[in-house]
Design a protein around this ligand. Structure first.
Ligand SMILES: Nc1ncnc2c1ncn2[C@@H]1O[C@H](COP(=O)(O)OP(=O)(O)O)[C@@H](O)[C@H]1O
Ligand SMILES: [Mg+2]
Length: 232
């Protein structure tokens, strides 16, 4: 479904991605893990066409994503929830939710996302910047779901969010996966990532250094320690 083959990205003189290989299969969830600054966000931005690659291939289904400008990529079926959420502060919850919807409102889909995140329904007319961090994250995920994506890409969705909302967000990410949508998740909390995603990619210095099943990684604490700097 999604595949990256030997993807390189340079920003100025820096060689940020140094040959990333990664694959997400239909209906499967994968976690992309690694220490701060190893290139996780840049990988996601390269997929979404927000940073240009110097070489390599990025494919999604039958599409070569290099052929599409960034604004056309969500329409191919990829939803992206960026680190920091990207909510429009002065637009209401309802306006934020429908920002990518062209043509008439899809109220059936709105009802679906409100069953995922009932808190949003209670705050429809509130401006984006009056929501808590966790609520903004819910809105960012809900906004992606409005587009009926086949794959949803989440960059640290529980970063800086109060614990009570973190568990709700995790539960919904799990349910999104169960509904058949593929997930690519960047997450600092390794335990959570391994619970939510059966497949794992570990990144270091701009390249994938380990890929495998989450349950295999659980039995290899030395790898987790080496690449993530903590013990399981
Ligand atoms: N626009 C940019 N200009 C300069 N350096 C950048 C830019 N974007 C990312 N980097 C650098 O690339 C490296 C990888 O960043 P990033 O992909 O954000 O890492 P991660 O998400 O894993 O923390 C970091 O060293 C970061 O400083
Ligand atoms: Mg990042």
């Amino acid at each position: 479904m999604l595949s990256l083959r030997d993807v390189h990205v340079h920003i100025g003189k820096l060689h940020i991605l140094q040959g990333v290989n990664l694959e997400v299969r239909p209906g499967e969830s994968a976690a992309l893990l690694g220490r701060n600054g190893v290139g996780k966000t840049t990988t996601l931005r390269a997929i979404m066409g927000l940073v240009s690659k110097s070489s390599g291939a990025i494919r999604f289904d039958e599409f070569d994503l290099s052929n599409y400008p960034a604004h056309k990529i969500p329409g191919k079926g990829i939803g992206y929830v960026p680190q920091g959420r990207g909510i429009f502060p002065n637009l209401s919850v309802l306006e934020n939710l429908n920002i990518g919807v062209t043509g008439k409102r899809d109220t059936e889909r709105e009802d679906y996302v409100f069953t995922c995140f009932p808190r949003l329904k209670e705050r429809l007319k509130q401006a984006g910047n009056t929501l808590s961090g966790g609520e903004q994250q819910m809105l960012a995920i809900a906004r992606c779901l409005m587009m009926r994506p086949k794959l949803i890409i989440l960059d640290e969705p529980t970063e800086g969010i109060m614990p009570r909302l973190v568990s709700q967000i995790r539960r919904e990410i799990y349910r999104i996966g169960q509904s058949g949508v593929s997930i690519l998740l960047v997450e600092q909390n390794v335990e959570t990532a391994l619970k939510l995603c059966p497949n794992v990619f570990l990144m270091e210095k701009g390249a994938i250094v380990y890929s495998g099943a989450a349950h295999d990684l659980k039995g290899q604490p030395e790898i987790v320690r080496r690449y993530l700097g903590l013990s399981q």
